[in-house]
Design a protein around this ligand. Structure first.
Ligand SMILES: Cc1cc2nc3c(=O)[nH]c(=O)nc-3n(C[C@H](O)[C@H](O)[C@H](O)COP(=O)(O)O)c2cc1C
Length: 127
C-alpha cells in the first residue's frame, strides 16, 4: 500500500521514518504529484489553511479517487480538535480515518500502524 504524508515541524516525517515504510512526502514547493495507485494519507493537524498543500495534492489528477484512508497525527491536548484535519479530509472524500497518533508516535503506534497498512495491502491484493 502506497503512503503519502505531509509534515510541518517533522513529527509526522519522524513517525513514518520509524515505521520503515516507504512514503511520499507532499511538499509546499510542489504538491502536484500523482500517486497513480491506491494509498493512505498521513497528515498532522493545524489550522485548516496550513494544510493547503495537502488540499492541492488531493485535487491533483486522481489523488482524491485513489485515497483509501487517512491517518492523523496530533496532540490530544487539543481535545475535540484532535486530528480534525484528518477527520475532515476523510469525511469529505468518504474514506475512513484509519489511525491516529500523537507527535511522532510510540513504539506501539508504529506497530499498530504497520498492521493497518498490511491490512489495506491484503485487501488491495484481494480486490
Ligand atoms: C500551531 C499549532 C496548532 C496545532 N493544532 C492542533 C489541533 O488543532 N489538533 C491537534 O490534534 N493537534 C494540533 N497541533 C499538534 C500537531 O498536529 C502535532 O504536534 C503534530 O505531531 C505535528 O506534526 P508535524 O511535525 O509533522 O507537522 C498543533 C500544533 C501547532 C504547532
Amino acid at each position: 500500500m502506497a503512503l503519502a504524508f505531509y509534515s510541518i515541524t517533522g513529527q509526522t516525517r519522524r513517525f513514518l521514518a520509524k515505521t520503515g515504510l516507504d512514503a511520499y512526502e507532499i511538499t509546499d514547493a510542489d504538491p502536484y504529484h500523482a500517486m497513480n495507485a491506491p494509498y493512505l494519507l498521513v497528515v498532522p493537524t493545524y489550522d485548516d489553511e496550513m494544510l493547503e498543500p495537502v488540499i492541492e495534492f488531493l485535487g491533483y489528477q486522481n489523488n482524491a479517487r485513489d485515497l483509501q484512508g487517512v491517518a492523523g497525527g496530533g496532540n490530544r491536548n487539543f481535545n475535540e480538535l484532535y486530528i480534525h484535519n484528518a477527520k475532515d479530509i476523510a469525511r469529505g472524500l468518504d474514506v475512513p480515518v484509519v489511525f491516529d497518533f500523537e507527535f511522532n508516535g510510540t513504539a506501539a503506534d508504529m506497530a499498530q500502524f504497520q498492521k493497518v497498512v498490511r491490512q489495506f495491502e491484503s485487501q488491495k491484493s484481494r480486490s
